[in-house]
Write a protein that binds this ligand. Sequence first.
Ligand SMILES: Cc1cc2nc3c(=O)[nH]c(=O)nc-3n(C[C@H](O)[C@H](O)[C@H](O)COP(=O)(O)OP(=O)(O)OC[C@H]3O[C@@H](n4cnc5c(N)ncnc54)[C@H](O)[C@@H]3O)c2cc1C
Length: 460
Amino acid sequence: MNEHRIQHLKNGINKDGQYVLYWMQQAQRVHYNHALMHAIEKANDLDLPVVIFFGLTPTYPDANRRHYQFMMEGLVEVKRLIEKCGMTFIFRVASPETGVLEYMKDAVLLVMDDGYLRHQKQWRKHVLNEAHRMTLSCGIDLVDSDVIVPVRFISDHAEYGAYTLRPKITTWYRDFRDFKRLPDVMNKALLCLPSDDGLDDINGLLDALSIDQTIQPSTMYHGGYLEASQRFSTFILDQGNHYIESNDPSKNLTSKMSMYLHFGQISSLELLDRLLVAQSQGQMDGPSLDAYIEQLLVRRELAFNYVTYQKGYDQFETMTEPWAYQTMQAHDLDYKPYLYSKQQMIDAKTHDVYFNAAMKEMVITGYMHNYMRMYWAKKIIEWSPSFKIAYETILSLNNTYFIDGRDPNSYAGVAWCFGKHDRPWIERTIFGKLRYMNDKGLERKFDIQKYVSQIDTYSR
Ligand SMILES: Cc1cc2nc3c(=O)[nH]c(=O)nc-3n(C[C@H](O)[C@H](O)[C@H](O)COP(=O)(O)OP(=O)(O)OC[C@H]3O[C@@H](n4cnc5c(N)ncnc54)[C@H](O)[C@@H]3O)c2cc1C
């Protein structure tokens, strides 16, 4: 593994420790999991078993039944595979940063996977602080497995746009194709440690949790590595060579990997490796491969750079560029012919059939094509009383309905609609210098009626 993935947060070794503990949080998978690989290597060096802890908090920011269901579908698989490999899996219904402390006392070393959102950083900081406060002797290592090139390695500041990140990341990413295979576990002792039930009946478990139950699970997308992996194989086979045309929402040419990446159920590095193998076998051509790598490596990792360095990435006042605030201030009181409430939007009751179709797709399936996400958000700007209200409406709908919501890509994607990582355009009413999109553009570029007809077949 490239050593830049690992941060040694706390030195030390608990000589009386009985296992190496891995707190699984962001990387909810066995395949291509660098943190798990590190934990196994350390345990093998000491001839100790590996214990994996997962804490399920009912108060995860903005999460609802749809998100929990998807996550738990993945976790059931993870547990089975971990036990098959000879490791102990502990599942607790508890906030993870407090739940894990109980198991640290007997650990030689704690390995944490890295997470880039604010609350994820706070959780890891809390664990580190508590370890010092409780004078625990175990060491703590933080391992990145969520991006291809660790954010702090590639840049120490907020990148202005894809064009500033691209040259750096395309120079370095080959050095981070660093996952060979998971080592065999040497000491396969299964430990009897306190653990909660529930993974054999996730519906029962989730019914009993005090979470927002109103947003139903997607009937179209199901969680888990196997599902992700199968979908990606099909994507390479059927769509991969046409990905260059995937901007068109009427063609089903995207991979639908964002939700699996969001929950760490599949690794972006694995996707990259599989694409490069497909190319070497002649299954994927150069332009389509380059186009996919641009999204997966440059655009996705730009979002991770954004949430790392833009402190107020989720607040209207602090999420975009000075030029964008200037133009929004100048146009905030412009006359708007249409104003819709959030509920009218959710109910797809606007005059715009394309917006309504996109909204319906989002509410029913938990997914929306990238081009329609841009269009959808721009319409909300056009139909809201102010830019701030528009921002809050977009982010709230985004994080409520998308399975991949609450992701670095959510905050960067929404901020992009307000000028972040974009540039000023010709000034116009309502939008000022922010990029504008209209229905005529959709009609000119795509067979957009076909998209509407497809969505019409979905029922709530
Ligand atoms: C207003 C708005 C809101 C968005 N909200 C989210 C969100 O909540 N969660 C989320 O994951 N993405 C979000 N995006 C980014 C993008 O739309 C999705 O990642 C993409 O549509 C996911 O579909 P896919 O996996 O089929 O993509 P594919 O086209 O198959 O792309 C493969 C992967 O590349 C990455 N990618 C693709 N497009 C983008 C992009 N524009 N920016 C960054 N990475 C990209 C994703 O990881 C994606 O899974 C948003 C974009 C906008 C404009």
